[in-house]
Design a protein around this ligand. Structure first.
Ligand code: SF4
Length: 221
């Protein structure tokens, strides 16, 4: 069973799939503790806040409520809702707290493509054909370390930046990582103009890419 905070169809606004219609599955639970996290309602898994899937689908605001659901039930839900997107983004929370193999295998068998968005602090348990986006979270309150195995598995590394020290952290993380087959993105934290200017200057310096959270600029989920 997967603990799900929300499921919705939208446009992917970050990284290499920017602009692609996508079904987002937001899983409940994250102990990483980023101070600027914009999904703090996914952190706690409170048994008292378990609800039925219908209630999760009826949410009109962010809440800590979650529902337990199987991969097969998720697939049935996509069909019931008439979602047309073929790209499924599994995010959180920290989705890699779960073994995502059963979910991704079920989705692949039904013709969907899967993308995982993870902080890199938990082992990435996904099939080989899943696209893995690691957004490394370094020195956060929860005390978790970014795993070398997660960086090695990443198809893209999307690093949140607001200060020079974030670039130094990324360069340190990449020291032991073969990036020849990976895309590297810098993503300004919280759309700050200063962070965006900083990210652009380092993208030019290292020939990395810029990811700007398009969905926040156009005001969609
Ligand atoms: S890893 Fe993601 S969900 Fe968890 S605290 Fe950090 S930004 Fe929030």
């Amino acid at each position: 069973m997967y603990k799900v905070n929300e499921i919705f169809e939208t446009i992917q606004g970050e990284g290499s799939f920017t602009g692609v219609p996508a079904i987002f599955i937001r899983l409940q639970g994250c102990p990483v503790g980023c101070s600027w996290c914009d999904t703090k309602h996914t952190w706690a898994v409170n048994p008292d806040l378990q609800v039925k899937l219908d209630s999760v689908m009826a949410k009109s605001a962010e809440t800590e409520q979650w529902a337990a659901i199987t991969a097969e039930q998720l697939l049935a839900l996509f069909q019931e809702k008439g979602y047309q997107a073929r790209h499924v983004v599994i995010t959180g929370g920290e989705p890699c707290m779960y073994d995502l193999n059963p979910l991704c295998n079920t989705l692949h068998a039904a013709g969907y493509q899967t993308q995982i968005e993870t902080s890199g602090t938990f082992a990435v348990q996904v099939p080989a054909k899943s696209w893995v986006t690691v957004s490394p979270k370094v020195n956060m309150k929860g005390g978790y370390k970014v795993l070398q195995s997660a960086l090695d598995r990443a198809d893209e590394i999307k690093h949140p930046v607001a200060m020079d020290k974030h670039i130094e952290q990324l360069l340190q993380l990449l020291q032991q990582t073969d990036i020849s087959n990976k895309l590297i993105y810098l993503q300004p934290i919280s759309q700050q103009a200063k962070a965006t200017a900083l990210a652009i200057s380092y993208c030019k310096k290292y020939n990395w890419r810029l990811s700007v959270q398009v969905h926040k600029y156009i005001g969609i989920a």
